[in-house]
Design a protein around this ligand. Sequence first.
Ligand code: DC
Length: 226
Amino acid sequence: MNPDFVIIAVDGGAASGKSSTSRLVAERLNLMHVDTGSHYRAVTFALIQAGVSPEDEAAVAAQLRGLPLDTQLDGRSARISLDGKVPSDDELRSDAVNAAVSPYAAVPAVRQFLFNFQRSQADVARQNNFAGLIMEGRDIGSVIFPDATLRIFLEADAATRAERRAAEGQSDSIEQRDKIDSSRKTAPLTCPEGAIKIDNSGMTLEEVVDAISNLVGTSTAGSTKN
Ligand code: DC
């Protein structure tokens, strides 16, 4: 891997602070930011619209086959487009999608469908002259980029997470989603071996961003070209 190009994997449960942290680290270090939760939400939205149940894997696979995926840059954020259309935040964060995304994300055909697309985001970041990529999700350090420069696992206590969720105006059951995401067979939410755990409950956002930026400095020290 080119040591000049940094890949940071950020995993953690719902409302663990992944998105706000990843966005700010991206700004500070000139990285492209990818929220893979939005990929699962986009696919869920499309499958709900097509009337395909997560229990019928063959139908899910058939529906996804031939669905073109692409990336559209919105500043530092890489947004997914399906069949040429970038789903809106309202579509991605509706109650229906909140309730259905974990069951769809547990379907192996859905995960296979997104795997190459997610890996290819590193090329998109290179082509657009970013210094690297920060990707957040549930299986980034375990499955998508086990070879990342730095793998972070974010945690926060239940009260902090509930507060963040309420501040975002969201009311879905994060415990229920975490339960399904952690117990599924394919790529469950887990802290991969060798990842660095950060409990950010008592930390400000800036402190977390500082901690991750310092860790990047440490993990690339000595690997820069003279
Ligand atoms: O990050 P988020 O809460 O928007 O993610 C929505 C759902 O997508 C989450 O409950 C599980 C799924 N997901 C996943 O299975 N793997 C990822 N890498 C990212 C999200």
